[in-house]
Structure formats: C-alpha cells, structure tokens
Ligand binder design. Structure first.
Ligand SMILES: [Zn+2]
Length: 81
C-alpha cells in the first residue's frame, strides 16, 4: 500500500512539473511584439547631421528629413555632384 502511494505521488509530481514548465514557457511570449513598432511618436532624423527632431519642425526634401534649410541644401548639393 505504501508503494502504491509512492507511485501516485511520483506521477502526480511529474504531471505537476510538466504543467509548470508549459505554463512558464507560454508566459513571456506576449511582450515581444511591442518592440517591433519604432514610430510611436513622429520623430525624424536629419540626413545631414543625424540629429533627431519632431517631424513638424523638420524640412523635407526629396523624401529626406533635415533639421534646417542649410542642411537640406548641403545634402542635396552633395547628392547632385
Ligand atoms: Zn542637420
């Protein structure tokens, strides 16, 4: 009778262990998706000097963003030559 109780405890423990492992494996998969979205707020980078600035303060030329008129002209001048 003691042997039977021993086996029941062993099998129950094994099932509990497997259930615990599966539960732990399923939990951390959810928060990885949030990192894939880079543009949550509209911020752009100057193509000339690399500074970040809000899109409404940027100057857009040829699909590129710039921090100032001067940098836009510098970049476009570099591209043309
Ligand atoms: Zn710049």
């Amino acid at each position: 009778m003691i042997k039977l109780l021993f086996w029941i405890a062993l099998i129950g423990g094994a099932i509990g262990y497997v259930a615990f492992r599966l539960k732990r494996r399923n939990l951390p998969s959810a928060p990885a998706q949030t990192a894939a979205e880079p543009r949550t707020f509209e911020s752009v980078r100057c193509r000339q000097c690399g500074v970040y600035l809000p899109i409404e303060k940027s100057i857009q030329r040829d699909g590129e963003f710039f921090c100032s008129q001067e940098h836009a002209q510098k970049w476009l001048g570099k591209k043309a030559t």
